[in-house]
Design a binder for this molecule. Structure first.
Ligand SMILES: [Zn+2]
Length: 571
């Protein structure tokens, strides 16, 4: 019969004695043999993890928050230290061996089994030879440094990043655009050799852990498989290709006119963003005027309270306006999985900040604040990065929705004009972003599969195929290497896109099941407590007891797919 003594013995004495395999254990000189079931071992492991890792996680989250608010060197140093302490615990080989042993013995209690699964991935990620890890960190830092100090140089003059963007946005001169665009890509040549080295080092880590490539490993650690993600992206490609090419043709026509060239002469330096990941500014779509006198925070408070997901406690803990030293970005963080959830923002009255605050506060409602304490600590978090991004993006879209603004009591000078501009902007943004994500996913997969292939040819083949953008004739430079995300956030981009698919699919489910079958484009949730209740029950409360696809089925009735997303953006 299990007793506290046995548990104590397991977590205390056996660990202290350095026992790594916890199947059965006999103390030397004693006749007593204790055999533990897989469930008992799992329970003990989770208890120890919670006792030791939980305080470090909280300390690390707090240090991260403090550093981003203050911007002080000392706070950043403290943040790094806190992260290192946490990493060191998770890297412990003995613990990982115990975990592996427990996992292989099949735990029967589903909640316990799920915790072991999640913990296994968490520890597995850190099981890297420290010398190899050091090499990787140094290589990645060197490349990031090269990115930071690189300045595009045109005719002997150095340009800052924002000068490059300004010229690519405003210049009417094709030759000037080309020169600036090519100069902005110059960093690729500088980092190419190091980047290939980094890819090989990362592949070494993957092979050491039994994976074919670093890409396969990263997806595995995020409970995804390459085949499943590629299948989703193939489906997305088929459904968005037509509407995208139609939109692209219109954009090309408008762009070509401004440069006095033919649409077929459009090249990558003509599309404003250096990677064509954003919509070129060819439509008259200034939405900011509507927000000039708006109280963005008040709108957020009233909106979230109105759907039964009040955020007053979050606002009270948050840091929402600009100040010196503070991070200029925005994020939401769950400090302790006990309800201490905070948002960092820099609100100014613009459409961008309306969308950003709806987004970050969307994360804040999908947090431990709305998860039952009966869900164990290890699982008391979002099902996946893509599901929390999806919820946040679902709310974010309302900043471009004229009907949402009206329902919130904001009167627009020209409702119809805002409505047309807002929905066009949103549609183009999502279409263009989805095609860009296709390039990133497929390029990174191929890059780690074979870093020795002709990567520049591969890059431009993908850009032509998915972004419909003609490659510059005769160009031999490693343009792929000028995208910093390949270095700093590897194999991650696809999650933004999957988040958008989740956002559309969830929104359609809400329109269908909660709002009585209203057309999804007309569903704005304002004042509907049923929306909040649905989200709580179907999305927030399961926390990480379900996988991302399990949660998608639970909330929407089907696996994650592209249909709702495509339906939203058919032209
Ligand atoms: Zn987000």
């Amino acid at each position: 019969m299990p007793s506290p003594t046995r548990r104590e013995f397991l977590t205390g004495a056996a660990q202290a004695a350095g026992v790594t395999t916890l199947g059965s254990f006999a103390r030397a000189g004693e006749v007593l043999v204790l055999t533990f079931s897989a469930d008992e071992l799992a329970k003990a492991f989770v208890a120890r993890h919670e006792a030791e890792v939980r305080p470090l996680e909280k300390a690390s989250s707090l240090a991260w928050w403090v550093a981003n608010v203050s911007g002080k060197d000392a706070d950043f140093a403290a943040k790094e230290q806190a992260q290192n302490r946490l990493d060191a615990l998770l890297a412990d080989h003995e613990r990982f061996a115990q975990l592996k042993n427990i996992k292989e013995r099949s735990v029967t209690d589903p909640l316990l089994a799920r915790q072991i699964e999640v913990l296994y991935l968490m520890y597995q990620e850190k099981q890297v030879d420290p010398a190899l890890l050091k090499k990787i960190t140094a290589k990645a830092n060197a490349i990031e440094q090269a990115f930071n100090v690189y300045r595009a140089k045109v005719e002997g003059r150095e340009l800052t990043d924002s000068e490059v963007r300004k010229i690519l946005k405003e210049s009417k001169n094709s030759a000037e655009r080309r020169a600036v665009w090519e100069a902005s890509k110059g960093v690729g040549q500088i980092v190419e050799a190091d980047l290939k080295e980094l890819v090989k080092l990362r592949n070494q880590v993957a092979k050491g852990l039994g994976f074919s490539s670093y890409h396969a490993l990263q997806l595995h650690l995020n409970e995804q498989s390459q085949d499943a993600v590629i299948a989703l992206f193939d489906e997305l490609d088929a459904l968005t290709r037509g509407p995208f090419l139609k939109a692209k043709a219109e954009i090309d026509t408008r762009l070509a006119k401004t440069y006095g060239i033919a649409p077929r002469e459009i090249r990558p330096w003509h599309v404003h963003d250096p990677f064509f990941q954003e919509t070129p500014a060819v439509f008259d779509t200034d939405l900011d005027a509507a927000y000039k006198n708006a109280d963005i925070l008040k709108l957020c408070r009233e909106f979230y309270a109105g759907i039964g997901l009040p955020i007053e406690d979050v606002i009270a803990r948050s840091d929402l306006y600009e100040k010196p030293g503070k991070s200029p970005h925005a994020f939401c963080t769950d400090i302790d999985r006990e309800g201490d959830v905070r948002v960092l923002g820099n609100i100014v009255p613009t459409e961008y900040w309306m969308g950003t605050m709806l987004h970050e506060l969307g994360h804040s409602v999908y947090s431990s604040r709305n998860m039952p304490r009966s869900v164990p600590y290890v699982l008391r978090t979002e099902a996946h990065i893509l599901t929390t991004e999806g919820v946040a993006m679902m709310f974010e879209k309302f900043s471009k929705d004229a009907d949402w603004l009206r329902a919130m009591g904001v009167t627009l000078d020209d409702h119809a004009a805002f409505d047309a501009a807002g929905s066009n902007m949103l549609r183009l943004h999502l279409l263009i972003f989805s095609r860009w994500c296709q390039v990133m996913l497929r390029f990174e997969k191929a890059l780690y599969d074979d870093p020795e292939q002709n990567l520049n040819a591969l890059w431009w083949d993908l850009v032509e195929k998915y972004q419909g953008l003609s490659r510059p004739e005769g160009r031999k430079a490693p343009d792929y290497a000028s995208k910093i995300h390949i270095v700093s956030a590897p194999c991650y981009y696809h999650n933004y896109m999957l988040g958008q698919l989740f956002a559309s699919q969830l929104h359609h489910a809400i329109a269908r099941n909660v709002l009585g079958g209203v057309v999804p484009l007309k569903a704005n949730y304002v004042g509907s407590k049923a929306v909040g209740a649905f989200l709580k029950a179907k999305v927030f409360e399961p926390a990480r007891t379900l996988t991302w696809n399990g949660l998608t089925r639970h909330a929407t009735g089907s696996d994650l797919n592209s249909k709702a997303f495509a339906a939203d953006f058919q032209g």
